[in-house]
Design a protein around this ligand. Structure first.
Ligand code: NAG
Ligand code: NAG
Ligand code: NAG
Length: 368
């Protein structure tokens, strides 16, 4: 009798352990899902055979890992790399990385960013192949299906709600769409109505992401894109394009409002907006203050041929890459990205994910 009781008790204990293990499931890690353009691409476009926006040749990646091109449009890290590192999050692999599978996604998240991509589907059509934001969200839905099949609905829901989301697009909607007369948006809209059109589209996209489980999401604003080397060569004096910078400022103002509004209207959403416009503007005006010696031309350039479309093996490099704000005609250097990321971390009050579950409300975006 006693023996049976003991056996019963043992059996119950075992059952309890099994049941609680099943309910608890496996503890998913906090990972990131990144949606972006060339500023965040970590290799997707290198797998798009027909894309004209690829960082597949030297000297891209020269200051990263083994120094070979890795798909990043920089000599080193992206802003999202640096922010993620700072938060203690793994760097998500490119969606098109052939080694991507469910286990890798559960460990590291996914990066859907694609050079030439924009908020609008029509942006960057000139690059032939790229993923715009709607397409990136569609790919994310496919990722969700894979993960649900692997770990079940409940665990998958938790996994996707606890993940961190980055949405960083917009500059191509201006540089490779609205500001180029070959695109019909350039004659369909005015500066104001175009920014409104972008905001309506972004509102819809962020709402879809929320519907798919995104709760902790940050939207990156635009820098002074009228000062990228590609824009400066449009004037004989090499000045920044004032109209382009004003468009970036109105995008940032509208996007900041949109994100704040969605963060309070969508259930359980902690959506934040951050930009580094002011700090980049300051380092372009006062490069020496930040240890830069050049803030207007690319470190990697093809002799005097400007603008060179991308950095290529025949290009020459500046002597000290840490002293140039710009790596190529479009993209900041690793060092500039470090300063940009530092500014966003400061503005958004990021902490490593294991220290705080959600950003403290006292750290509400102070971004412009
Ligand atoms: C939190 O994460 C950071 C970065 O990954 C790590 O260095 C630190 O030891 C962790 N702290 C705790 C309390 O786990
Ligand atoms: C944008 O592209 C996606 C496919 O990637 C498509 O489903 C959607 O209908 C398009 N939206 C518009 C407004 O063209
Ligand atoms: C919001 O969070 C509460 C508490 O965790 C939860 O019960 C509720 O289902 C969540 N709502 C949504 C839409 O995520």
């Amino acid at each position: 009798m006693t023996k049976t009781k003991v056996e019963m008790a043992t059996l119950l204990t075992t059952l309890t352990i099994v049941v609680s293990f099943l309910v608890r499931g496996h503890d998913c890690k906090v990972v990131q899902f990144i949606f972006g353009d060339s500023l965040s691409d970590v290799g997707n476009n290198n797998y798009l055979a027909k894309s004209l926006a690829r960082a597949s040749l030297p000297w891209y990646g020269i200051d990263f890992g083994n120094g070979l091109p890795n798909g990043r449009f920089s000599n080193g890290r992206t802003v999202a790399d640096i922010i993620g590192d700072n938060m203690g999050l793994p760097r998500p692999p490119a969606f098109l990385d052939p080694s991507l599978n469910e286990d890798l996604i559960l460990e590291n998240g996914v990066n859907y960013a694609s050079g030439g991509g924009g908020i609008l589907n029509e942006t960057g059509s000139y690059f032939v192949q790229r993923f715009g934001l709607y397409k990136q969200i569609e790919l994310f839905e496919g990722t969700q299906e894979l993960i649900r099949a692997k770990i079940g609905e409940r665990e998958a829901e938790k996994f996707f709600q606890e993940a961190r989301y980055v949405v960083a697009l917009g500059s191509n909607d201006f540089i490779n769409n609205y500001l180029m007369p070959v695109y019909s948006d350039s004659w369909t809209y005015s500066d104001n109505t175009f920014v409104q059109y972008l905001m309506e589209t972004l509102r819809n996209q962020l709402t879809i992401l929320h519907g798919l489980g995104a709760r902790k999401l940050m939207v990156f604003g635009l820098g002074p894109m009228g000062c990228i080397p590609l824009q400066r060569v449009l004037s004989s004096s090499g000045e920044c394009q004032d109209r382009t910078n004003k468009l970036a400022l109105s995008f940032n103002q509208a996007a900041s409002q949109l994100v704040t509004e969605l963060s309070s209207s969508l259930p359980n959403a902690t959506f934040r907006f951050g930009d580094a416009y002011d700090v980049v503007n300051d380092l372009i005006s006062n490069p020496n203050k930040y240890g830069f010696s050049n803030a207007d031309s690319p470190c990697c350039s093809f002799g005097n041929i400007r603008p060179a479309l991308t950095c290529i093996p025949a290009s020459t490099l500046c002597k000290d890459r840490s002293k140039y704000v710009f790596w190529d005609e479009y993209h900041p250097s690793d060092r500039a990205n470090e300063l940009i990321a530092g500014e966003m971390i400061k503005k958004l009050g990021f902490k490593p994910v294991n220290q705080t579950d959600s950003p403290s409300p006292a750290m509400a975006p102070s971004a412009s």
